[in-house]
Design a protein around this ligand. Structure first.
Ligand code: 13P
Length: 249
């Protein structure tokens, strides 16, 4: 039985002091032993958030990372910086990184390999545009993103990874994919992992849905057999996130 994992992606929101206030607000409310709870926060918020989250069940992650160890890469964050700060997770290949910052399947793969080398759990994002959905190429597109992201990754590593299926047309639009639409793709992702590795690996990996998840849509989405939780944007910045984490209550 896979444990649910519900992560907030704060994106470019919350100054360090605002971040601490949000953790203080959510900390007592997200204590659900049935769910792994993760806050993925802006780099500058990581240390204060880890400090504020002490003594809680909240895991902390970054929203991006570079694939080199160190050196002349102005503005980038290294895997050692994240682990030394106390991060356990890192979001890789978010559609906003791909769209605005020219990330490719190949750079995502390099980052995935580097994350595993440093013991960080990657939350690997994939998702189709509205145009691709309308052209009927959603599954082909997602399979390609997944296959390239996992090049050179071992089965044991893959078992611990998280994939976030985030249809671009559902992100920040208030238009959540239906539970059936989300399940169809998450199921296809799981069979793709099964083809690359084996059934055991496919059964172990956790696959999230992301895209306008809110307290209303979470219960139906998370009840689907291949959806193991969510990656939440806007609703992760307020008390509603606790209702998403406690979607069963
Ligand atoms: P929203 O929940 O704001 O649609 O964002 C989803 C997302 O991109 C999470 O990574």
């Amino acid at each position: 039985m896979r444990k649910k994992i519900i992560a907030g992606n704060w994106k470019m929101n919350k100054t360090p002091s605002e971040a601490v206030a949000l953790v203080e607000l959510l900390k007592p409310l997200v204590n659900n032993p049935d769910v792994d709870v993760v806050f993925c926060v802006p780099a500058i918020d990581i240390i204060p958030v880890i400090e504020a989250a002490k003594g809680s069940n909240i895991g902390v992650g970054a929203e991006n990372m570079y694939y080199e160890e160190s050196g002349a890469y102005t503005g980038e964050i290294s895997p050692d910086m994240l682990t030394d700060a106390g991060c356990s997770y890192v979001i890789l290949g978010h559609s906003e990184r791909r769209g605005y910052f020219a990330e490719t399947n190949e750079s995502v793969n390099k980052k995935v390999l580097k994350a595993f080398e440093h013991g960080l759990i990657p939350i690997i994002c994939c998702g189709e545009s509205l145009e691709q959905r309308e052209q009927g190429i959603t599954i082909d597109w997602i399979r390609q993103q997944v296959k390239i992201a996992f090049l050179g990754v071992s089965a044991d590593q893959t078992k611990t990874a998280i994939i976030a299926y985030e249809p671009i047309w559902a992100i920040g639009t208030g238009k959540t994919a239906t539970a059936d639409q989300a399940e169809e793709v998450c199921k296809a992702i799981r069979s793709c992992i099964g083809e690359i590795y084996d059934q055991e690996t496919a059964d172990a990996i956790r696959i999230q849905y992301g895209g306008s998840v809110n307290a209303k849509t979470a219960p139906e989405l998370f009840a689907m057999p291949d959806i193991d939780g969510g990656l939440v944007g806007g609703a992760a910045l307020k008390a509603e996130f606790a209702d998403i984490v406690n979607y069963k209550k």
